[in-house]
Design a protein around this ligand. Structure first.
Ligand code: DGY
Length: 319
């Protein structure tokens, strides 16, 4: 009998067709909003494989109901939405989509940095409001990247791609990472430093750590307090890596210059204080949101499920 795959959302790239062509029975959740936990349990109960989104919380309760499931392929590089340890106990392999989204996420990071440093969003709003009355020497003065120190928190694949791009702006690079990153050091003259040193000495801080028990609020009050008054911080990783409430306090007091958010502590809910601040740029978790990347992620997730259900080693397992 054909193995069953449940996909918790319609994905770019027609991967349902790909998987059907490989002999699987595929059902796709078609709701306009993310699937609820109850629906997920109901619809995935008989599935042998599930392709999930980063917004699907796959905890013990859900995993306990997935009695036929052998593989969960998360459509994201991050997999903090899944209780990976419990999945392993239950014999379920979990996979993610590393690599294929690094370029898109790095591009978005650079966009967010520039949006903050050159005040792009405010300037654009100014135009729409018909306020542009002519060129002025001090109109929307921003900060140049050239010569500035950029601190990369988490120099994995995405952090490395950010280093590659930010290096072209003639910046100096510091990075915080568990292990040495030879590409960042050899190609972009990056220097591995402690997180405290990075927070204290960077003009721009960009966060690329996965969310784990060790990285939850790793950028806490004490670390945030070390930032320069002129510093900009951007986060395209996971909101919970930073103490968001305290960051908002600093932004309110103009204790730092600006912050760019692509991710939030209580996504999709965002702290209402954030929308009142002028010195922030707010994006709706679109780090990997390019057609090319989302299609590549879908194909990788599909191939992971295919491999696992055919008794082969998945391409990018996490447990
Ligand atoms: C991921 O894949 O984890 C990213 O957050 C998507 O943008």
């Amino acid at each position: 009998m054909a193995k069953k795959i449940f996909i918790t959302s319609k994905l770019p790239g027609k991967i349902d067709r790909y998987l059907r062509a490989k002999g699987f029975t595929v059902s796709v959740y078609n709701g306009k909003e993310p699937i609820t936990k109850n629906e997920l349990i109901k619809k995935a109960a008989k599935a042998n494989g599930v392709i999930s989104l980063l917004s699907d919380k796959i905890d013990r309760e859900v995993l306990s109901e997935l009695t036929n499931c052998k593989v969960i392929a998360n459509y994201a590089v991050g997999y903090n939405n899944i209780d990976v340890r419990y999945a392993k106990e239950k014999g379920i392999v979990v996979t993610n989509t590393p690599g294929v989204l690094s370029d898109a996420t790095a591009e978005l990071t650079i966009s967010l940095i520039l949006a903050c440093s050159r005040r792009l969003i405010d300037a654009e709003k100014f135009m729409r409001e018909g306020k542009f009355k002519g060129w002025m020497p001090d109109l929307f003065l921003g900060t140049e990247l050239k010569g500035k120190t950029v601190g990369i928190v988490g120099a994995g694949e995405i952090g490395t791609e950010v280093a590659r791009r930010i290096n072209a702006f003639k910046t100096k690079i510091l990075y915080f990472n568990r292990s040495k990153n030879s590409i960042v050091e050899d190609e972009f003259k990056g220097k591995k430093v402690s997180l405290n040193y990075l927070m204290k000495n960077s003009d721009i801080i960009t966060v690329h750590l996965p969310l784990t028990a060790d990285t939850y609020h790793i950028i806490d009050r004490e670390k945030l307090k070390l930032m320069k008054k002129s510093a900009i911080i951007v986060n395209v990783a996971r909101g919970e890596v930073i103490d968001e409430k305290y960051l908002i306090e600093l932004l309110k007091k103009k204790r730092i210059k600006a912050a760019g958010f692509d991710v939030y502590e209580n996504e999709p809910d965002i702290n209402p204080e954030l929308t009142k601040l002028k010195n922030v740029v707010l994006l709706p978790h679109i780090g990997s949101a390019t057609t090319e990347t989302r299609e590549a992620m879908a194909l990788l997730a599909a191939r992971n499920v295919e491999a696992a259900l055919k008794g082969k080693k998945p391409i990018t397992p996490v447990n």
